[in-house]
Design a protein around this ligand. Structure first.
Ligand code: PHE
Length: 355
């Protein structure tokens, strides 16, 4: 048998048996590699007698084509087999019911804090934070509330030590002090967070939330305070008009001081903000007392401004129709599922994954 025939028979047989991809590659290099069997036959052509050369060359080409074709067929066969096993393994039954998926809910207080922060950041306020455990100086003394000041009693403070040096902050106003101590004026900040007083009924909880506002610059006056609060309340309640009144009040850290009420009425059992002749107190405010500025080394002859403290929980109750403040903190999942908000950043294609 001629060499060519032998090669053809040997390899045709091989290529009909079961092979994997690396075995196919081996066959390829055995035949067509640099020193492959077919390659060496091609090298021989020049040495062959003129009379036989033509036939040899055409036989060789024929065998080369045949073997190549067999290799292609085998490769395709292996690929198809590979795809089929993959399909078999990864098959999806689209008729199955979807798996249970439960997403968490955003608490109405967190949602309200986000809304408040975004409204104030649009008009240039930065967000600051302070710790829940404060010292007596930041919470009272620096805020112009000396030791025997009656305002200290009004706050029903939770003290954390016998010397009454550490306490749970009774308002967010100490963040005014922290902010002014660490930087130089002007200041334009809000500070949302938890606050604590020993108090509990339908509209008071021992832990509640406030957002502090502070704007100190060279010519800030009470008109700016009014404009800013008016803007905020309209944005927050998403109304074009708001009824708002400033009532004279007293805080040791502001002079003059005011409490702000907003007008509302109950229509068909629902509260309507900005209309009617009922008033609801939502915040305390005033022009920062010169003593407070002195305490934080800001010159009150050059700088002045306003501060306010808004009760966040009460705003959330009003906007979202929740009537018992205590339910905010009872951690009842049924309540949270009802009043909570869907997280906006859960991608829709997340459905179907169980947690
Ligand atoms: N801290 C005051 C309170 O808790 C509110 C307030 C803040 C008043 C800032 C004036 C200025 O009642």
């Amino acid at each position: 048998m001629s060499d060519l025939k032998k090669i053809k028979e040997e390899f045709s047989l091989k290529l009909k048996s079961k092979l994997n991809l690396s075995e196919i590659n081996q066959v390829k290099s055995d035949l067509f590699g640099k020193d492959g069997l077919i390659t060496s036959q091609f090298k021989k052509i020049g040495l062959i007698d003129d009379s036989e050369r033509k036939k040899f060359a055409s036989d060789l080409n024929l065998i080369k084509d045949e073997l190549n074709e067999l290799i292609d067929l085998k490769t395709k066969e292996i690929e198809i087999e590979h795809i089929n096993t993959k399909l078999e393994k990864e098959k999806i039954d689209v008729t199955l019911p979807e798996r249970n998926f439960s997403s968490g809910k955003i608490h109405p207080v967190s949602q309200t804090i986000d809304e408040i922060s975004s409204i104030f950041s649009e008009i240039g306020f930065n967000v600051e934070e302070g710790p829940d455990v404060e010292n007596e100086y930041n919470n009272f003394t620096a805020l112009n509330t000396p030791d025997n000041h009656p305002a200290r009693d009004m706050h029903d403070t939770f003290y954390l030590d016998e010397k009454k040096e550490k306490l749970l902050r009774t308002h967010t106003s100490p963040v005014q002090i922290r902010t002014m101590l660490k930087d130089k004026p002007p200041f334009k900040i809000i500070a949302p967070g938890r606050t604590y007083r020993s108090d509990s009924d339908q509209t008071h909880a021992p832990m509640f939330h406030q957002v502090e506002g502070l704007h100190i610059d060279k010519d800030i006056n009470m008109g700016h305070l009014k404009g800013c609060l008016n803007y905020f309340i309209k944005e927050f309640f998403e109304v074009d008009k708001i009824k708002m009144r400033f009532r004279p009040s007293h805080f040791p850290f502001t002079e003059p001081s005011a409490e702000v009420d907003i007008g509302y009425e109950i229509r068909d059992g629902k509260i309507v903000i900005g209309e009617g002749d009922q008033w609801l107190e939502i915040l305390g405010c005033g022009m920062v007392h010169p003593n407070v500025l002195k305490n934080v080394k800001v010159d009150p002859t050059k700088y002045q401004g306003y501060a306010f403290g808004i009760g966040i929980d009460r705003l959330a109750m009003l906007k979202y129709g929740i009537n018992d403040l205590r339910s905010f903190f009872e951690c009842d999942y049924r309540w949270l599922n009802h009043y909570g908000f869907d997280p906006v950043d859960v991608p829709t294609n997340y459905r179907g994954l169980s947690r």
